[in-house]
Design a protein around this ligand. Structure first.
Ligand SMILES: [Fe+2]
Length: 287
């Protein structure tokens, strides 16, 4: 039973004693993650969960999967933004590609669920902050999208894009039997340069800089996706790919833009309406 598992028990305590701050094993993992992130902005902690923990998280995702929301707006450019009519049709801003996978919303997880309890567990948050070399992380206060499950059914994919967030924390609960691979091109753009020519090459099929990450059920992944183009390829198997996504912010009180949340998750709350005028965002971007 998920309810009977403590947060400690959800995680593989023998390899990842993340709530024991003085345990050298904890520090070792943190250093490994930091080293991997320094290389190419991607780090994986393999088999992060106990068997019972993974089963509990997977059961919760499967139970809620029928309620996943699939946005009717299926095509995106790599900037997840609007086209640029001043540019040619071949320009990356004007190339729209399918994003067809869906999301199980955060508000479908009750307070007693293992997923939600884990998300709010202080030692996990501190461990993730330490891995990312941040003094502190805060719960993303968006009640619809702060802790969600991405569902990729057969034939679905999330094409090449850059993230608006600096970092993403994901936990693969179930890989696709075939396809559904995470691929990325490290440091394809910089804060100063969109590097449109390099982006265009990837969109045209150049795979010379593309890395593919083999992920298994139970792997915790850190990814710095603001400058590294990335995608999840089409799920070619008969079973759904399920990915738990936990979002944290570097300042308290951040929620998503009403329009973005409505578009991706099909629902907003009073909090979105009330705060629309005075949103605190993670950065100064328009989203
Ligand atoms: Fe992304």
């Amino acid at each position: 039973m998920a309810q009977s598992l403590s947060c400690r028990e959800i995680i593989d305590q023998s390899n990842y004693p993340i709530d024991e701050v003085d345990n050298p094993k904890r520090q070792e993992v943190i250093e490994q993650v930091r080293a991997q992130l320094a290389v190419d902005g991607c780090a994986v902690v393999r088999n992060f969960f106990s068997e019972e923990g993974l089963n509990a998280l997977l059961d919760e995702a499967n139970e809620r999967k029928p309620d996943a929301y699939y946005s009717p707006k299926k095509d995106c450019n790599v900037y997840l933004g609007s086209p640029d009519e001043s540019q040619s049709k071949e320009h990356p801003r004007n190339i729209f590609m399918p994003r067809t996978n869906g999301f199980v919303r955060a508000d479908t997880f009750d307070e007693e669920s293992a997923s939600r309890r884990l998300y709010y567990w202080e030692p996990l948050k501190q461990f993730l902050a330490d891995c990312l070399d941040k003094p502190e992380l805060f719960i993303y206060e968006d009640p619809i999208s702060n802790m969600i499950v991405n569902v990729g059914k057969k034939g679905q994919r999330f094409n090449w894009h850059f993230d608006t967030n600096e970092f993403t924390i994901t936990m693969l609960l179930k890989p696709a039997v075939k396809g559904g691979n995470f691929e990325y091109v490290p440091s394809l753009r910089t804060p100063q340069d969109e590097c449109y020519d390099e982006v265009k090459k990837v969109l045209d099929g150049d795979r010379s800089r593309v890395k593919r990450l083999e992920l298994n059920a139970g792997d915790l992944q850190f990814f710095l996706g603001r400058f590294s183009l990335h995608q999840v390829t089409e799920n070619l198997g008969d079973e759904d790919r399920l990915l738990l996504i936990m979002s944290f912010t570097e300042q308290p009180g951040v929620i998503g833009s009403m329009y973005r949340v409505k578009d991706l998750y099909g629902k907003v709350t009073a909090a979105h309406l009330v705060n629309e005028e005075s949103l605190i965002r993670a950065d100064g971007l328009l989203d």
